[in-house]
Design a protein around this ligand. Structure first.
Ligand SMILES: *Cc1c(COP(=O)(O)O)cnc(C)c1O
Length: 396
């Protein structure tokens, strides 16, 4: 397979340019035939050959390579500060490819204890059957992680900020611990996005994304990505993408590229709207706790300020009235619609214990049943706050 993921293989703005310049131009050059400013969507499964093996620009068959997917991969690698990116049909498909690239039977995976429920399920219910062990530790506590590392730990998996408790883990500290133990460090950067946080530059080996969320940003696609600056890992992930075949469609790749171009402006507004929501909720008598790294009393507020450009668009809260109040509140909000997922322009609310994290009920990853998670969207801030405050007031 020809390597088309290296940023230098397509015209690009280059590493000296700012984030949004790279988001808009890297991998996204105009169509050379027509001058169309937006690269076309290459909805094709196969490519005509000029004689056997005479590939045009290396393209042979779309599972192995497609120009729309390559354009996205170049753009994503540039934004994360990696050399190679690989995109998939979902975040979990990307996770599976990274695990296949890194693990053998007998290996151990150490995971943060409040990672996305589906990530834990993938290892504990799929990978354990193939001889891989999994345990968890509080990733925001370096001593706890150090104590949980085993001689056969080969993957240290961290998600920060975490889902749904919004804990922040020290990526550079974890990278040091993982590397000393001979493990690769994978950072799920779905909540922060490369605009707010760049784990590869902090020492992580692989950045993982559910592009379904902020990167897609409009709740209209499902996708995933793995990005690395390690050529050996890149080759192994590329092989999994090609040989297992969980690729995204050219149309989804194109939509994701379209969305990445506005990531910075969207994230700035997600951050300011979430900060305003979190501050408006603090002290409300119907709430016992608000979890948001942008609040000064968040346990890792200072670390988040150093590691991230902004605190993100996700807020969670626990209710005085417990589980019943949580069930009631999600029936009363209007701007915040009840749905799984996050990161879109519209605000969403979910009850993780019954929805996103139902798969880890009864395990050490179970989340409090009085906890609601808010994905603070891009509606007017006043409308978002009024919606929540009115619904909370109606509970009592
Ligand atoms: C949604 C999500 C995933 C899984 O991604 P899918 O695109 O749903 O497969 C992984 N990690 C985090 C943090 C997520 O929010």
């Amino acid at each position: 397979m020809t390597d088309r993921s290296a940023p230098e293989s397509l015209p690009h703005a280059g590493p000296d340019r700012g984030f949004s310049t790279r988001a808009i131009h890297d991998g996204q050059s105009f169509d050379p035939r027509t001058g169309a400013v937006i690269p076309p969507i290459f909805m094709t499964s196969t490519f005509v050959q000029d004689g056997v093996g005479g590939f045009r620009d290396g393209y042979e068959y779309s599972r192995g390579g497609n120009p729309s997917r390559d354009a996205l991969q170049v753009q994503l690698a540039s934004l994360e500060g990696g050399s190679h990116a690989y995109t998939f049909g979902s975040g979990l498909a990307a996770e599976d490819a990274v695990l296949r690239a890194a693990l053998q039977p007998g290996d151990h995976v150490l995971m943060g204890n409040d990672v996305y429920g589906g990530t834990h399920r993938l290892v504990s219910q799929v990978w354990e059957r193939w001889g891989v062990e999994i345990t968890t530790a509080d990733a925001s506590d370096l001593d706890a992680v150090r104590a949980a590392i085993r001689p056969n730990t080969r993957v240290l998996w961290v998600e920060t900020p975490s889902n749904p408790l919004m804990k922040v883990a020290d990526i550079a500290g974890l990278a040091e611990l993982g590397h000393a133990a001979g493990a690769i460090v994978v950072a799920d950067n779905t909540f922060a996005t490369p605009y707010l946080q760049q784990p590869l530059l902090l020492g992580a080996d692989v950045v993982l994304h559910s592009t379904t969320k902020y990167i897609g940003g409009h709740s209209d696609l499902v996708g995933g990505a793995a990005v690395t600056a390690d050529a050996g890992l890149a080759e192994r992930i590329a092989f999994q993408q090609f040989a297992v075949g969980a690729v995204n469609s050219p149309f989804d790749a194109w939509l994701t590229s379209r969305s990445l171009k506005t990531l910075a402006v969207r994230m700035d507004r997600h951050c300011s709207n979430a900060q305003a929501v979190a501050e408006a909720l603090v002290g409300n008598p119907a709430i016992t706790a608000v979890h948001y790294p942008g609040l000064p009393d968040h346990p890792q507020h200072e670390l988040a300020g150093r590691q991230m450009r902004g605190f993100g668009g996700m807020v969670s809260m626990q209710l005085t009235g417990g589980h019943e109040a949580a069930l009631e509140l999600v029936r009363r909000t209007r701007v915040f619609q009840l749905a799984e997922s996050l990161g879109g322009v519209e605000s969403l609310v979910c009850l993780p214990s019954e929805m996103t994290h139902a798969s880890v009920k009864g395990t050490e990853l179970a989340v409090p049943d009085d906890l609601l998670r808010l994905s603070v969207g891009l509606e007017d801030s006043d409308d978002q706050i009024a919606d929540l405050l009115e619904a909370l007031a109606s509970l009592s």
